[in-house]
Design a binder for this molecule. Structure first.
Ligand SMILES: NC(=O)C1=CN([C@@H]2O[C@H](COP(=O)(O)OP(=O)(O)OC[C@H]3O[C@@H](n4cnc5c(N)ncnc54)[C@H](O)[C@@H]3O)[C@@H](O)[C@H]2O)[C@@H](O)CC1
Ligand SMILES: Nc1ncnc2c1ncn2[C@@H]1O[C@H](COP(=O)(O)OP(=O)(O)O)[C@@H](O)[C@H]1O
Ligand SMILES: [K+]
Length: 538
């Protein structure tokens, strides 16, 4: 689990470090600038060692052998701008041709930024942006975005020319291969929500200090950040404010190999020791979703999986099942009878279940049992008219897995707040929304998407990111969510706690999609689990 921080948490860390006497703000700023220069050379090693005149131009610049490398550094009015002055100085010291623009009043710079403004002043000039905010768009090796970082509170209004020039940079024909490096965050991106607060810049590389900010993983973050790297600035000792897996934790983590140790089966265990998952099927013609979930539950290691089917769909299900067992269930009454068998220790309902009157009765019957339960799709939609009926009976051993539409049906007020365009920073985020929903529902909520957010009613929260190098756009295919529900059910049958099951399943789900790659359909997902498990060394 890698921690992600909000702007407020980052500021608290910085304050704690400075107050401890370990480090000064100026030192942190210097390390931030050094980290950026390091990251530039790591990302584009061809720039290393160039720049000291006379130098060769990089391949993507005009083929003038005498041109030194060029950087345009755009500095804003706060400490993000201060970091920019450090980068400008360090590149200049390497022989680069550096132009620095200040967007703001030098007299009002905060103290550390002011010191670095003056240090830069000994090496070069400060350029004044054009009247329209543009920076004259020179062909440059690197454009450094040091306008705003975690301090963004409102839309950037530095002139339209700024964004016009950036649009030109986005056009490969015009940019001459210029790369944009954002310091901490691309300017205009909200650190906490990943929403754009008004117009925002696009970066090729975003260098975050100490830890990634939440906004890099949520919402528009990934498309704006390009690639992200994190550079230490000496705050490691102050790094853990609270742990993502502690109850009530305020910190959010990105899951990485979550609970790996628990995924393998214990040697010598028999099938009943691995639990018995029950998945409920829809009626005739609506059975595929539940079978996808059932197969997912079996592949992820539930000892036994039974599909509970209405009479109308028995034949259809029987023709399509082998290792998954089949039982006829006639309505909520039949379900009550089946659940007299206490060995069904995890129940999955919703995929393909339909939204008839009986669906509500089935959900209520299952929830009365207080067994580990995962509700998805129709089991959620059925309660759109009166979500509180569902919230009243959900309990701590439940996981609900809404996609955006289902989330809006159950939590319309929260969804409205989340979907509203951000006008101030930090803005309300998917993390805030999922935490609020989990608290209201009284169970774990897994809010799907490339930035899947998983929150518990106690405030624990993590993001399962299928972005950057973990991008898995092939998961946007019918039935992928049904398989995820089955994965969660299978893990809960094996004894995983709801939060642990949701995080592990979501992580494995993305791994399966990545393993298969383009062309993936939902049927392929569970079939990748053996290879994914092998890669984990299980
Ligand atoms: N917190 C830390 O530990 C460190 C922070 N550093 C840098 O400091 C940055 C945060 O600095 P600041 O808090 O000064 O904030 P920023 O530099 O991000 O923003 C500057 C100030 O501009 C004002 N502002 C906000 N939105 C505006 C807008 N749209 N138009 C005009 N003015 C606006 C705000 O008052 C804000 O404080 C970080 O992103 C990072 O780059 C680094 O120096 C290293 C250490
Ligand atoms: N672009 C994407 N990148 C990564 N994961 C995605 C993307 N789109 C959807 N997913 C994931 O795929 C699954 C789709 O689930 P869902 O919307 O319920 O579909 P269905 O109901 O058809 O099964 C979710 O786990 C979601 O997080
Ligand atoms: K920035």
């Amino acid at each position: 689990m890698t921690e992600l921080l909000t702007a407020a948490q980052m500021r608290a860390l910085e304050m704690a470090a400075i107050e401890s006497g370990d480090v000064t703000g100026l030192e942190l700023m210097e390390r931030a600038g050094q980290g950026v220069v390091e990251a530039i050379f790591e990302e584009w090693p061809e720039l290393m060692g160039r720049g000291t005149s006379p130098s060769r131009s990089p391949g993507y610049l005009e083929p003038d052998e005498k041109d030194p490398l060029r950087a345009v550094v755009l500095c804003g009015p706060g400490n993000n701008g201060g970091d920019g002055f450090v980068v400008a100085r360090l590149l200049k010291e390497r022989g680069w041709d550096v132009e620095v623009y200040l967007y703001g009043d030098a007299e009002k710079l905060p103290p550390d930024a002011r010191v670095n403004f003056e240090r830069w002043g000994k090496l070069g000039a400060i350029c004044v942006p054009c009247e329209d905010g543009g920076f004259k768009y020179p062909i440059a090796g690197i454009v450094v975005d040091a306008l705003f970082g975690t301090g963004l509170t409102r839309p950037i209004s530095l002139g339209e020319g700024l964004f016009v020039d950036f649009n030109l940079l986005g056009d490969p024909g015009m940019s001459g291969g210029t790369k944009v490096v954002a310091l901490d965050l691309p300017s205009g991106l909200c650190s906490d929500s990943g929403k754009t607060v008004g117009p925002a810049l696009f970066a090729d590389l975003t260098v975050s200090f100490h830890a990634q900010k939440l906004g890099c993983e949520l919402g528009n973050g990934p498309e704006r950040c390009g690639k992200t790297v994190v550079k230490d600035i000496g705050l490691e000792r102050f790094g853990v404010i609270d742990h993502p897996h502690h109850s009530g934790s305020k910190t959010v983590g990105v899951t990485a190999h979550p609970w790996r140790g628990a995924v393998g089966k214990k040697r010598g265990s028999h099938k009943y020791a691995n639990g018995h998952a029950l998945v409920l099927s829809g009626g005739h013609g609506n059975t595929g979703a539940a079978r996808l979930a059932a197969r997912g539950a079996l592949r992820i290691g539930a000892g036994l999986v039974t599909l509970g089917s209405p009479r109308s769909a028995m034949l259809e299900n029987a023709c399509n099942l082998t290792a998954v067992m089949l039982r006829q269930i006639d309505g909520a009454l039949g379900l009550t009878e089946l659940l007299e068998d206490a060995r069904f220790n995890a129940i999955c309902l919703g995929p393909g279940l339909g939204i008839r009157a009986d669906t509500q009765a089935m959900v209520l019957t299952v929830l009365k049992e207080n067994r580990p339960t995962i509700l998805d799709a129709d089991a959620l939609t059925r309660f759109s008219a009166k979500p509180e009926v569902l919230f009243d009976v959900l309990h701590e051993d439940c996981v609900i897995t809404p996609h955006g539409g289902e989330f809006a049906r159950l939590f319309p007020d929260i969804a409205e707040r989340l979907d509203a365009p951000a006008t101030v920073g930090p803005a309300y985020s998917k993390v805030d929304a999922t935490r609020e929903a989990a608290k209201r529902a009284g169970c774990v909520v897994l809010f799907k998407g490339p930035d899947t957010v998983i929150a518990g009613p106690d405030g624990r929260c993590s993001i399962n990111s299928a972005q950057y190098e973990r991008a898995a756009p092939w998961l946007a295919t019918a039935g992928a969510g049904d398989v995820l529900a089955g994965f969660i059910a299978g893990l809960m049958a094996r004894g995983f706690a709801p939060m642990q099951a949701a995080e592990t399943a979501a992580w494995l789900h993305v791994e399966c999609a990545r393993k298969f790659g383009p062309g993936l359909i939902a049927e392929d997902l569970a079939e990748q689990l053996p290879a994914v498990f092998r890669d984990l060394g299980l």
